[in-house]
Write a new protein. Structure first.
Length: 556
């Protein structure tokens, strides 16, 4: 075997070992009866996909058990219901005592499944409570939620009489551990741990294992993800869930097999690309001139200790990088400058012996966002724009700085903060993307605003494009360019959830602003500009420092 292939294979094995060493000493006794246990999983769409997705966590757990215990016959029952919160499952359990109910897995009835005894009961709920949201994030709401969870757990325990009861942690929502929704999930999981302790149940570290796997993947490539929609796991995400469950159920060998044989090859494939990985750790403003300091971590996968890599970060013109060079398999640069291009490109390059690598990256221009405005002006999925008008809407039309406190007593008092589109949120690397879950745990009927000031060196016709990648949710958008309304409507109602309209930029500074009214579920969309007739829009400059536009005399 060639040295590079040998090293890749070795790294794959280490990847699996690293995933298990942290908790190996704490694992409880085996619960799955040599692979022959009947296990009932109670959950939402993630549990349904655990069986319906070919590489879902239920399916890969079954494969691992059959491999570790040849001739075994695991009976894994996936009662996953799309959209089901804890309250929903309390109703499902109660009604299924008298009548059959079908959920996501075809031909699998809840009544028939729960009327049979099980060796193990696994409950994994909470994601829909977060994204609907059915929880507002207050301690009182969480206390009520965990009380209802306990009632459901007891009802299911009495129903199926399991030898072992286990509670799965709520998995990631967005891939930013510090996002408002993931901070809420951390609080929920702490209550689930406490509930497991009070009820003699096992807490399964599904959320924690996803974090482990995501962190390891990001140190190999910046493009590593555990989900396509930032809620439902992809193949790697389902492997993380399965490993976390097998750990907690006392099956370290099966968990190790999945880490080595299924997760290891995913990592190896990324290692083989020979990239320098990178991740933005923080972005802090530097004064009021639009400059930011970005903390950038790099990682050199498959580093050779005999030849420590020496890495440089090549910045855009006018930016400052410190230090100039770092020696080692990982390190942190500080990159300081004004992110005034739609995409501000940089390069990481380095050398380790004969191994030379070069990886390109980009920082998107920021949006200035504000939320926490509650406007229940909805009738079903129809939004009443006129009744929801505010002094901020009026100020946008007049071309004044609407991000500063307005004189009108009725003007909403909002806190504005920057958001840099990035791969941790729905919409991904699209530099025109907005995902409000980066700044708020949005409650029902929450609304917000966003703005970018854009400088053009000439007058030009452009196209405004709005689109969304949400799988569920209602968002009504108002978009203005220089105070002129360019788009109004529910983005989810547009064909393919996108709309392109004609617009124009004036010479000098332009204001691209929007108001987004959110009713329920997810809150994401993109608002961007497209050039006409080959116009790349490369000269455009972006800012979140106020630059109120000046109306032409003909428009005043």
């Amino acid at each position: 075997m060639k040295p590079i292939k040998l090293l890749i294979a070795f790294c794959a094995v280490l990847a699996g070992i690293a995933l298990l060493n942290r908790v190996s000493a704490e694992e409880p006794g085996a619960a799955l009866a040599g692979g022959n246990a009947r296990v009932v999983f109670v959950g939402d769409s993630i549990t349904g996909q655990g069986r319906n997705r070919p590489r879902g966590f239920v399916n890969v757990m079954e494969i691992a058990l059959r491999t570790v215990y040849p001739g075994s016959n695991p009976d894994l029952v996936a009662l996953g219901g799309s959209g089901q919160p804890v309250d929903g499952w309390l109703n499902v359990e109660a009604t299924s005592r008298e009548e059959e109910k079908m959920l996501d897995v075809r031909d699998l009835g809840v009544k028939a499944s729960l009327d049979r005894p099980a060796d193990v009961l696994v409950v994994m709920l909470g994601m829909n409570d977060v994204i609907a949201p059915y929880l507002d994030g207050s301690d009182a709401a969480l206390d009520g939620w965990i009380e209802r969870y306990a009632r459901l757990l007891e009802a299911l325990r009495q129903r199926v009489q399991p030898k072992v009861v286990a509670i799965g942690g709520v998995t990631l929502c967005t891939e930013d551990f510090a996002s408002p929704k993931n901070r809420l999930i951390d609080r929920m999981n702490q209550r689930l741990r406490e509930l497991a302790g009070r009820t003699g149940s096992r807490y399964l570290e599904t959320s924690e294992t996803m974090k482990e796997v995501l962190q390891k993947g990001r140190r190999i490539t910046p493009e590593f993800h555990l989900s396509d929609d930032y809620v439902h796991p992809n193949d790697a995400g389902h492997l993380a869930v399965a490993i976390g469950m097998l750990r907690g159920l006392g099956e370290p060998e099966a968990a190790q097999w999945l880490a080595d044989e299924r997760l290891g090859p995913i990592f190896s494939k990324e290692i083989a690309k020979r990239e320098i990985s990178w991740e933005i750790l923080s972005a802090l403003p530097e004064g009021t001139d639009g400059r930011f300091s970005f903390r950038v971590r790099y990682d050199w996968p498959e580093s050779n200790p005999e030849h420590p890599p020496r890495v440089k970060l090549l910045a855009p013109d006018g930016w400052i990088v410190t230090p100039e060079m770092i020696e080692g398999s990982t390190g942190k640069f500080t990159l300081t400058g004004a992110p005034d291009r739609l995409q501000n490109r940089f390069t990481l390059e380095g050398r380790s012996g004969e191994d030379e690598r070069r990886t390109d990256g980009a920082l998107a221009a920021p949006w200035l966002l504000a939320a926490k405005l509650i406007q229940p002006n909805w009738s079903g999925d129809q939004f009443d724009v006129e009744k929801a008008g505010t002094a901020i809407d009026e100020a946008i039309g007049r071309g004044v700085d609407f991000t500063a406190p307005l004189e009108a007593e009725s003007a909403p008092k909002l806190t504005w903060q920057p958001f840099f589109p990035n791969g941790n949120y729905l919409g991904g690397e699209n530099p025109s993307n907005v995902d409000f879950s980066a700044i708020t745990h949005a409650v029902n009927f929450e609304a917000g605003y966003g703005v970018r000031w854009i400088h053009s060196d000439r007058e030009r016709a452009v196209k405004l494009k709005v689109d969304s990648r949400m799988f569920a949710g209602d968002v009504h958008l108002l978009v203005w360019i220089n105070g002129r309304e360019c788009f109004r409507g529910g983005i989810m109602k547009e064909p393919r959830r996108e709309k392109t309209v004609e617009a124009a930029l004036q010479k000098g500074w332009n204001t691209l602003a929007f108001k987004a009214n959110h009713r329920t579920w997810l809150w994401q969309f993109a608002v961007g500009l497209i050039g006409n007739d080959g116009d790349s829009l490369a000269d455009l400059r972006y800012s979140i420092e106020p630059h109120p536009f000046t109306r032409k005399a003909s428009e005043q």
